[in-house]
Design a protein around this ligand. Structure first.
Ligand code: UDP
Ligand code: MG
Length: 316
């Protein structure tokens, strides 16, 4: 509908290499959608500069002044992809009817926006972009990502398989998302909790056309752990089960020790003692570690610090 205001929210961290091409493609896309009367002229690409150290913000400011459709939001420092995206969405919702989130490297095919808008017009509040193939990702990235989705599901957190953060959300859905007060953001777990009518649209995921991934393995692992500890308390239950299992085992070994004692075979025992000692200490440390992960999370949540701080906002 030609009065639909669409905001395309793009988090950027040191993306000077991809921004020229990304801006060209996204502006062209919006122009085309305006031409065929799908969206309003007031639609924008909202770049969120997540505390980049390179020219990213200067470029965004320049596109805003000299180009069409480009807005920019500058965070006061690097807060990570999830926070940057959230900041963009929360800012966009004051101006738009729907917002699409997409990465700056355009690995997600931007033509998916057509499919998103189609479903939005049909009355969906959320449309998930789902990767139909991951052939362009490295084997390692694909396997770790897929195991992550499986693990999440097993842990009881409802996520859409092979959906990252490429999606459309209506203003209504964004308003509902704003009511989630958690500090540790894991958007792809939070959005399904909103409910509302939703749809999925498939697309092929491309390679990054320039620059390097800003999600090294360490950050991916962090996101995975955050996802699990924010959406599931199963690990805490595992500790209990493991404890019960070990208690049962210790009863069996107690019987064994008693029997050995009465039959006079009590020499030695050093090896078994050492083995069980190390094993139990390991189990205890893991258990404390898991507890610590949750306690740490409660700590950051209780402090309730702001999830992002806006430095500058360029919009017209
Ligand atoms: N990103 C961000 N802040 C960060 C790290 C990444 O805003 O601290 C952005 C980055 O600019 C990109 C998106 O998050 O738009 C996804 O990052 P990337 O493409 O490097 O991840 P990958 O596709 O390799 O998982
Ligand atoms: Mg990428």
């Amino acid at each position: 509908m030609e009065n639909t205001v669409l905001y395309v929210v793009v988090p950027c961290y040191n993306e000077e290499e991809v921004l020229p091409e990304t801006t060209k493609r996204l502006a062209q896309k919006l122009e085309a959608l305006v031409q065929i009367g799908k969206i309003s002229e007031k639609s924008r690409v909202l770049y969120v500069d997540d505390g980049s150290k390179d020219k990213t913000w200067r470029m965004i400011a320049d596109y805003h002044t000299n180009g069409k459709f480009i807005s920019g939001l500058k965070l006061s420092r690097n807060r990570g992809h999830q926070n940057a995206l959230f900041a963009g969405l929360m800012t966009a919702k004051e101006y738009c009817d729907c917002a699409v989130s997409i990465d700056a490297d355009l690995q997600d095919d931007i033509n998916i926006i057509d499919g998103f808008l189609e479903n939005f017009e049909k009355g969906c509040d959320i449309v998930y972009g789902v990767r139909s193939s991951r052939e362009t990702d490295t084997f390692f990235k694909r396997k770790t990502a897929e195991s992550f989705y499986k693990l999440m599901r097993y842990m009881g957190a409802e996520t859409v398989f092979n959906h990252a953060d490429c999606r459309l959300m209506s203003k209504r859905a964004l308003d509902a998302l704003a009511d989630f007060r958690e500090i540790n953001l894991f958007l792809r777990g939070m959005v399904p909790l909103l409910g509302f009518k939703f749809a999925t649209v498939e697309y092929a995921r491309d390679k990054r056309f320039a620059g390097e991934s800003k999600y090294p393995f360490k950050k991916m692992l962090g996101l995975a752990i955050d996802g699990i500890t924010s959406f599931s308390t199963k690990p805490l239950k595992f500790i209990t089960y493991l404890g019960v299992l070990i208690c049962v085992m210790s009863v069996i070994s107690f019987v064994y020790v008693l029997v050995s004692y009465f039959f006079g075979r009590v020499v030695g025992g050093w090896a078994s003692l050492m083995v069980s000692l190390w094993f139990l200490d390991g189990v205890l440390l893991i258990a404390i570690g898991i507890l610590g992960a949750y306690v740490g999370k409660i700590y950051t949540e209780v402090k309730a610090r702001p999830r992002y701080i806006i430095d500058l906002f360029l919009n017209d």
